[in-house]
Design a protein around this ligand. Structure first.
Ligand code: HEC
Ligand code: HEC
Length: 273
């Protein structure tokens, strides 16, 4: 726990506040931990509770949320024909809000393909196999904007990924990664996000590392960031070699981390530091 021991840590409670989206939708940002994490934590909390007053306010109103500009861009893409088949997302799926309820269930087992799919994988499957279009880069702008659109139409719905049945072995792989100590600092995700959430690490207020707000608009790099980019950054901070976005390891980790937030509202695109 080198870094945590050398850095003076101060505890600061998560902010006691309620997120009401656009003055109408009350979001679940804290709730009882799902059964499979209740031995480690009583309650699960959105990263929103660990951000400052202004950052929290930006997320509460679509006019102030800079992530919504990218959602609008994705809306144009949704309606645009692309690829050899002359199709748009809309020509098969209708309006984008028809996708309400999809984000909360991903990553999800796909029976036909015999694999656990992230939303990015599913979108690329539609692009290549149904539209005859080029695959998007896993964490590229087109993809992250589209996943923000897909999240935005599910805002307020509870994260609800399945961890049993055919997804179970992937979930277990993700769990193992979550507790693996990485890098010279020998820190696991759990060392920071389970054992030390609520503490300050350098200038940062450590959250539970939940992904219900992804993709998130970060004030730091002024763009939307995919969950796998965040995983990569966090592992790099432990001075370890990391996995690539879209890798089998990160898909498994995503399923596991998502399941730790089962019951929290989908918030994407959330606003973070
Ligand atoms: C030619 C028709 C077609 C086009 C065009 C198409 N899709 Fe699909 N899409 C499908 C079908 C069929 C499924 C169900 C496939 C499955 O379950 O394997 C699907 C499934 C999905 C799902 C998962 C839905 C769920 O309930 O799990 C998402 C998300 C999705 N598509 C997004 C997109 C996006 C984004 C685009 C445009 C970039 C797009 N699709 C273009 C036919 C299409
Ligand atoms: C050295 C401590 C440390 C480790 C180890 C670490 N993180 Fe983080 N992580 C942070 C800090 C600091 C932040 C930014 C503040 C916050 O949101 O917690 C962060 C943010 C995140 C976020 C963004 C949460 C949000 O609401 O925006 C996610 C997701 C995340 N981490 C996942 C992980 C995963 C998965 C691992 C293991 C692969 C991991 N982290 C390992 C320190 C760490």
């Amino acid at each position: 726990m080198a870094v945590l021991l050398t850095v003076p840590m101060a505890s600061a409670d998560p902010v006691d506040d309620t997120l009401i989206l656009n003055g109408e939708t009350e979001m679940v940002t804290r709730t009882a931990a799902p059964d499979h994490v209740s031995d480690a934590m009583d309650e699960v909390l959105s990263g929103w509770h660990f951000r400052g007053t202004e950052t929290r306010a930006m997320q509460a109103d679509d006019f102030d949320n800079p992530g919504m500009i990218f959602v609008e861009k994705a809306e144009d893409t949704w309606n645009a024909v692309d690829g050899s088949e002359g199709e748009s997302c809309a020509s098969c799926h209708g309006a984008s809000d028809q996708m309400a309820g999809v984000r909360p269930t991903y990553p999800k087992w796909n029976e036909e393909a015999g694999e656990v799919r992230t939303l990015e994988m599913q979108v690329n499957d539609c692009r290549t196999n149904r539209m005859g279009a080029e695959e998007w880069k896993y964490t590229g702008a087109d993809m992250v904007n589209m996943t923000a659109l897909l999240a935005s139409v599910s805002r307020g719905m509870p994260v609800d990924v399945a961890i049993d049945g055919p997804a179970q072995s992937t979930w277990e792989q993700g769990k193992e990664l979550y507790y693996t100590r990485f890098g010279q600092l020998e820190l696991s995700c759990a060392n920071c996000h389970e054992d030390n959430y609520g503490n300050m690490i350098r200038a940062d207020h450590l959250s539970q590392g939940q992904i219900n707000g992804f993709p998130v608009y970060r004030l730091k790099n002024t763009k939307l960031n995919a969950a796998h980019s965040r995983f990569k950054g966090c592992i790099r901070d432990t001075r370890a070699e990391t996995y690539n976005p879209g890798s089998e390891e990160f898909i498994a980790l995503e399923l596991y981390v998502a399941s730790r937030g089962n019951g929290l509202s989908v918030e994407g695109p959330a606003v973070r530091n």
